[in-house]
Design a protein around this ligand. Structure first.
Ligand code: NAD
Length: 489
């Protein structure tokens, strides 16, 4: 597997198990976020004709793939996962180079894709096992699960391998065919995954990958009536647009969207564990996690101590080359991310929040898109940094005076993806579980933690449709048929 080369490589789309350029031959640049203006490789800037061609072959392939034995699908999926495991280091280095997350984080992403993938392969047999016959007065009945057809997978750049695997494996295991559009910032990870699917032996047309700009090819993918479902992870803004367009064809959607996740620190909390959690979930992947901690809500009795500890921990963090094993935090993913996060920091300052530490990287760090771990305190609900998703290494710290007040602050958001509370008080933990408006609730664990056996999805503007993982991740890709059978006498 190629991970680096002095010559600039041009990659292609995978359509019908053939590698081909975009129909008009145009390409776009994948930039290394550690070096402004650099070119890692070139990728096809695909056209609506390329999308149509990919849907054609996926639609044709569906006719036989839907009849394939479950064991065959599991065999291909297992081969894919074996390749993923074998290539972990090379894959992690691609993610680290084009996304900017550290090698350690990139390795964790590949391992997470692997763990989730093995879970899906194992649980799909049990999932079908739920369609049991049920007899009544000479009539027996059961339900059958059928695949949908061609499904579109549109993924973001922040977990360019894990998120697509979490969607693609359940779709394939349930007998659907795929047109996959990787994110524009991370086409290398996307095309590399496509290569692994091809190498795993999936039949021609079952898995197709078309790179390009969402604004140029997204509508063609979403509007085609042959696309029966869209599994999308990305911003709430784009997710709502997709949902609106998809409704015209009654195309089902699974939308995993933005967040503004709150971590609550009660006065009885283990403060070291709570601060560790805020640092991990606030700054891993440079804060570009949908389940990142973005708001830290701290009881007034421990507020000053927590702020001081957070600032001190941030100042110890090594920001720099993601390929260096000693680096704690790499650059943000690219120029747009750098500009948006820098603007959010400026707005925080202009609106009167206090920056304890952080800000855009200075000196040597100006060579790339580096933002230092940033902590604001004195943040109130009217501040933009309290309300809007920043999707970068910025923590907004707000003081509260009771659990009710903390829950009111935590729920004061259009988003509802993840959340956490640190406390030793069982009653407080129960009240938090009951009242928090979020798809994920953690007690004494950071906001980014998840397991493949439990559903992963957001409430409110953080998501719509069936959550990923668990059985709902498979359920999204099937339609049910109720069968009734009366025996002839
Ligand atoms: P984005 O919405 O800009 O892009 C996501 C994908 O949609 C990309 O592949 C993009 O090319 C494509 N796209 C853009 N316009 C399109 C259109 N009109 N039609 C079809 N596709 C289109 O998001 P992003 O910047 O890649 O990712 C960051 C966002 O994703 C953040 O808001 C983050 O919270 C969210 N996210 C959510 C989860 C989750 O599970 N809830 C996970 C990761 C990221």
């Amino acid at each position: 597997m190629t991970t680096a080369s002095s010559r600039i490589e041009t990659y292609q789309n995978l359509i019908g198990n053939k590698w081909i350029s975009s129909s008009d031959g145009s390409t776009f640049v994948d930039e290394d976020p550690s070096r402004r203006g650099s070119t890692l490789a070139l990728f096809p800037s695909s056209t609506v004709q390329d999308i149509a061609k990919a849907i054609d072959v996926a639609d044709a392939a569906f006719k036989s793939w839907k009849r394939s034995a479950l064991e065959e699908r599991q065999r291909h999926a297992t081969r894919f996962l074996d390749l993923l495991e074998r290539e972990t280091e090379a894959l992690a280095s691609i993610v680290a180079r084009e996304n900017g997350k550290t090698l350690r984080e990139a390795r964790a992403e590949v391992v997470s894709a692997l763990v989730e993938g093995r879970h899906h392969v194992a649980q799909v047999s049990r999932f079908y096992g739920q369609s049991l016959p049920a007899g009544t007065q000479g009539c027996s009945g059961w339900e059958q699960f059928h695949p949908l057809g061609v499904v579109a997978i549109i993924s973001p750049w922040n977990f360019p391998m894990n998120v697509m695997c979490r969607k693609a494996l359940p779709a394939l295991l349930t007998g659907n065919t795929i047109v996959f559009k990787p994110a524009t910032f991370t086409p290398w990870s996307g095309v590399t995954m496509a290569k692994l699917f091809e190498s795993a032996g999936f039949p021609e047309g079952v898995f197709n990958c078309v790179a390009g700009l969402g604004s140029s090819i997204g509508n063609a993918l979403v509007d085609d009536p042959r696309v029966k479902a869209i599994s999308f992870t990305g911003s709430t803004y784009v997710g709502k647009k997709i949902h609106e367009r998809a409704a015209k064809n009654l195309t089902r959607t699974q939308l995993e969207l933005g967040g503004k996740n709150a971590l609550i620190i009660m006065p009885d909390a283990d403060l070291k564990a709570a601060v560790d959690a805020a640092i991990i979930a606030g700054f891993a992947c440079a804060g570009q996690w949908c389940t990142s901690t973005s708001r830290v809500l701290v009881h007034r009795d421990v507020y000053r101590e927590v702020c001081d500890r957070l600032a001190a921990r941030c100042e110890e963090m090594r920001v720099g080359d993601p390929m260096d094993e000693k680096t704690d935090m790499g650059p943000v993913a690219g120029t747009e991310q750098f500009t948006t996060i820098s603007k959010a920091i400026e707005t925080g300052l202009a609106e009167g929040a206090r920056m304890l530490t952080g800000g855009p990287g200075k000196g040597d760090l100006e060579r790339g898109y580096f933002i230092r771990p940033t902590v604001f305190d004195n943040v109130t609900p009217d501040h933009t940094i309290f309300r809007e998703e920043i999707f970068g290494p910025v923590l907004a710290v707000t003081e509260f005076n009771s659990l009710d007040h903390a829950l009111e602050l935590a729920n004061n958001s259009i988003y509802g993806l993840s959340s956490a509370i640190f406390t030793r008080d069982v009653d407080a933990a129960h009240r938090y579980i009951d009242r928090i408006e979020a798809g994920l609730a953690h007690i004494n664990i950071h906001t980014g933690f998840k397991l493949p056996a439990l559903p992963f999805g957001g409430w409110k503007d953080s998501g719509s449709g069936l959550p990923e993982n668990s059985t709902t991740g498979l359920e999204f890709f099937i339609q049910r048929k109720a069968v009734y059978w009366k025996a002839n006498s």
